[in-house]
Design a protein around this ligand. Structure first.
Ligand SMILES: Nc1ncnc2[nH]cnc12
Ligand SMILES: [Zn+2]
Length: 324
């Protein structure tokens, strides 16, 4: 039984669906076949992945496309034991291509609204700002989303990290908090520990996405442990984007030993070789995690989720019963 707290919906676009949507919308992809596309999934760093991630979004045009993308993800997530998913989306990557924000939100919301009954999954939607776009663009995006904020639980920050520190987005995070939204940010994936400090001190985030490079800064580790700031770590993503060389060298055990509130997540599962359970299985095997550690990781994701306390308690009881 899992919670998924770091999942980009656009990163769940499997080659099969990409080709189906391309055909539906008359979009020509620069790949002859699904296999040829899959062969392009060989990344040297975050930017090399983002280039393909944004290019393939060309097939997402209508409300039905966003609905079908999210519905396909929810079916896969449930098959992997996910019960609650907090889902990122990148509005600017769509509005920049002429797809209206309302099309994106309505399509995703239609799939998410049906998810408890259709898939047995509860969800939250997290609207991310692209950090390699301007602060003004983030502000304009937030203002455009104001009529839809009842659909949105939190704001986030993603895309190319290095050179785009969290402090650039102070103002839009202030507005989001004033509007009652939770706040998260990718930090310490490729960027330095200083970006994690900024996300905490300047953006006031409730969770850090990735945060693996925090381990380079002892004072930061102590702070994250003392405040029990959740970190949404994505092990298979870290290997595919060469943040770490080998899963066997992943800092996850050291992070747990340091008392950090670590969760395991899939990031962009269509591109990085696996969904929730695939990530758990991979770290269990590569890092020789025992059952108690796996239980801690599962509990952590329930603690870190944006749930009301009654629902959290209900899920924790279910988890205890499930794990015996
Ligand atoms: N791993 C990642 N880091 C930053 N931005 C992203 N957008 C989608 N996946 C991402
Ligand atoms: Zn991510």
């Amino acid at each position: 039984m899992y919670k998924s707290l770091h999942l980009h919906i656009e990163g769940t676009l499997e080659p099969e669906l990409a080709f189906a949507l391309a055909e539906r919308n008359g979009v020509t992809l620069p790949y002859a076949s699904r296999d040829e596309l899959r062969r392009a999934y060989s990344f040297t760093d975050l930017q090399s992945f983002l280039n393909l991630y944004y290019a393939l979004m060309a097939v997402l045009r209508t409300e039905d496309d966003f609905h079908d993308l999210a519905d396909a993800y929810l079916a896969r997530a449930r098959a992997q034991g996910v019960r609650h998913a907090e889902i990122f989306f990148d509005p600017q990557a769509h509005t920049a291509r002429g797809v209206p924000l309302v099309t994106v939100i309505n399509g995703l919301a239609r799939a998410l609204d049906a998810a408890p009954e259709r898939h047995g999954i509860t969800t939250r939607l997290i609207m991310c700002f692209l950090r390699d776009e301007s602060a003004e663009s983030a502000l304009a995006t937030f203002e455009a989303a104001r009529p839809h904020l009842d659909r949105i639980a939190a704001v986030g920050l993603d895309s190319a990290e290095v050179g785009h520190p969290p402090s650039k987005f102070r103002e839009v995070y202030e507005l989001a908090r004033e509007a009652g939204l939770k706040c998260v940010a990718h930090a310490g994936e490729e960027g330095p520990p200083a970006y994690v400090w900024e996300a905490l001190d300047i953006l006031g985030v409730d969770r850090i996405d990735h945060g693996v490079r925090s381990m380079e800064d002892e004072r930061l580790v102590a702070r994250l442990a003392a405040e029990q700031v959740p970190l949404t770590v994505c092990p298979l993503s870290n290997v595919r984007l060469r943040v770490i060389d080998d899963l066997a060298d992943h800092p996850l055990p050291a992070m747990l030993d340091a008392g950090l509130l670590v969760t395991v997540n899939s990031d962009d599962p269509a591109y990085f070789g696996g969904y929730a359970d695939d990530n758990f299985t991979a770290v269990r095997d590569a890092l020789h995690l025992d059952d108690a550690t796996l239980r801690t990781l599962a509990r952590n994701s329930f603690r870190a989720a944006f749930l009301d306390e009654a629902t959290r308690e209900k899920y924790l009881k279910e988890l205890d019963a499930h794990q015996g």
